[in-house]
Ligand binder design. Structure first.
Ligand SMILES: O=P(O)(O)OC[C@H]1O[C@H](O)[C@H](O)[C@@H](O)[C@@H]1O
Length: 532
């Protein structure tokens, strides 16, 4: 199957996207769902390649794997866990069983506890020592940071609660800079950690507690915890009624739909948070029921597989034309690269094709003035995933939004069309001639035929954000299923953590390294010598 895909990709190398764009293609190479439109007509993916990709899905038993996920089967086989972040947004409350037990009553109970707490923080009834809470600091890292941090920024127009801040890095600069301007008497600190053992989070939480304890008599009263490890949250001194738990079937990078989303809920309010869940729930229903060709997550995944495993393009740029989605590329880096950055299949055999791509990006139009040069004229082909809303929130600045849309569409058009040598010469004819004209023109040639996709949405509301994130979650799932890997573990982050733990006393000078390589030893001794 993969060989057929690669052969097809090789055969497609001569195809010009612009030539493929007959009228039907813009209809047939696009999917509409939940009010979004995903257009993949500006790629070299044609009907034949699509058939091969659909065959890969079929061979991977995609519908059965999808149902196994939604119905709580232990599909995370290396950890023996179900994968049920979808249950967190199952507002219908329809039963979802794990090991014969319906998890929905507990999910909905936790949601209403979160809502009661968020409401109390927002209306001032859950106050700090100095009165109403003005600032919320979420301390977490990875999945316990990126989701809420991204979503809080994305939904800025809906903020009517306290200000939200995020501390993740163990670098003291992060916690210090965030806490410095805040008043401990009116600050709520949320410690977000699924395991409640992550060294960065526990270190920052201890720092924040000490900061608060300097002026607040009962700092625990101004803390809340989001975790699966209730014994550890109690040990830290957080009262039980401020601990919002979840089960091990919620993966870290899939967790913002539940308690890890508390800071978002406090910022935008429980009602808007429910709209966010509703958006994701709608995308779940679509993913579960639509035929592959009409299925947006499936088609987004197939385009991804075409570009990466088929054509061999190792990276994928995510380019939201939406400043408030500035953290989306970082969020998707964890979602995609932690999920599908694996080198073995579920059965332990080595993957026959490259694993998930390198994901990166920045919002447009900023990226245009930075790295688009390489996308247009560099030697590598970088598939671009554009996204833009029909409307912004700034009603009196609609002309700026029109300019934003025009830029987004123009970039996709430019990548596809390019500019030929003859065209470049024509533009320069009045200025240069002879060999100089040729030389100058060569610099102004755009090879074109560079693939891009476009995700259109009406406006970045809480509901639409929920749809977009769920769309990408399911895309990652489909790509993972097709590759035959486990998208829900992350063993690749462990080794570095273990070695860091062992190195810390060496850095501080409490211990001497014995079994280290010469390079690490030299680096440590230089740093030690300069730490005084
Ligand atoms: O929520 P926590 O248990 O603190 O985990 C935070 C993060 O750290 C881990 O190392 C994983 O790489 C992430 O998947 C996880 O989201």
């Amino acid at each position: 199957m993969w060989d057929a895909l690669k052969a097809r990709a090789e055969a497609s190398e001569g195809l010009r996207i612009a030539d493929l764009l007959y009228a039907d293609r813009v209809r047939d190479f696009a999917v509409e769902a939940c009010g979004l439109r995903f257009d993949y007509s500006k790629t070299t993916l044609d009907a034949e390649a699509r058939e091969i990709l659909l065959g890969i899905c079929e061979a991977a038993d995609l519908p059965a794997r999808r149902d196994a996920m939604f119905t709580g089967k232990p599909i995370n086989e290396t950890e023996g866990r179900a994968v049920l972040h979808t249950a967190l947004r199952n507002l219908s409350g329809d039963p979802v069983e794990v090991g014969g037990v319906d998890v929905m009553p507990e999910v909905l109970e936790t949601l209403s506890l979160m809502e009661a707490f968020a409401t109390a923080v927002r209306d001032g009834s859950a106050a700090g020592q100095g009165g109403r809470i003005t600032d919320v600091v979420n301390i977490g890292i990875g999945g316990s940071d990126l989701g809420p941090a991204m979503a809080v920024q994305a939904l800025a127009p809906y903020h009517d609660g306290p200000r939200c801040h995020f501390v993740s890095n163990v670098d003291a600069a992060h916690v210090a800079d965030i806490l410095r301007p805040l008043d401990p008497e009116t600050t709520l600190v949320i410690v977000a950690s699924k395991t409640f053992t992550t060294i960065e989070t526990m270190t920052n939480a201890a720092t924040a507690k000490a900061w608060m304890a300097e002026v607040v008599h009962a700092p625990g009263e101004q803390f809340a915890a989001l975790s699966t490890a209730k014994a550890k949250t109690a040990e830290f001194g957080i009262p039980e009624d401020r601990v919002f738990g979840f089960a091990d079937w919620v993966g870290g990078r899939y967790s913002m739909w539940g308690p890890i989303g508390l800071s978002l809920m406090i910022a935008i309010g429980p009602e808007a948070f429910r709209a966010f869940l509703r958006g994701a729930e709608a995308m779940d229903r679509h993913f579960r029921s639509a035929e592959p060709l009409e299925n947006m997550p499936v088609m987004l995944a197939l385009v991804g597989l075409w570009h990466n495993q088929g054509c061999g393009h190792a990276t994928r740029a995510v380019l939201p034309y939406e400043q408030r989605l500035a953290r989306l590329p970082a969020y998707l880096q964890q979602l995609e690269m932690e999920s599908n950055g694996k080198r073995v299949a579920m059965d332990g055999t080595t993957l026959p094709v490259p694993s998930g791509p390198v994901v990166w990006g920045e919002p447009g139009t900023n990226g245009q003035h930075a790295f688009y040069q390489l996308i247009h004229q560099g030697t590598r082909v970088i598939p671009c995933e554009f996204m833009v809303g029909a409307e912004g929130h700034e009603e009196d600045l609609r002309h700026q939004h029109a300019l934003l849309i025009a830029n987004c569409l123009a970039q996709a058009e430019a990548l596809m069309r390019g500019r030929s040598f003859e065209e470049a010469k024509g533009l320069l004819g009045a200025k240069f001639d002879g060999a100089e004209l040729e030389r100058q023109a060569r610099h102004r040639v755009f090879p074109g035929n560079r693939p891009s996709t476009m995700l259109l949405y009406p406006k970045l509301t809480p509901e639409v954000l929920g749809q977009i994130v769920a769309l990408y979650e399911h895309r990652v799932f489909v790509e993972g299923v097709c590759l035959g890997i486990n998208s829900f573990d992350q063993w690749g982050v462990e080794l570095g953590k273990e070695l860091a733990k062992a190195l810390e006393p060496v850095v501080t000078g409490e211990e001497d390294a014995e079994d280290k390589d010469a390079s690490t030893l030299t680096l440590v001794s230089w740093l030690r010598a300069h730490r005084e």
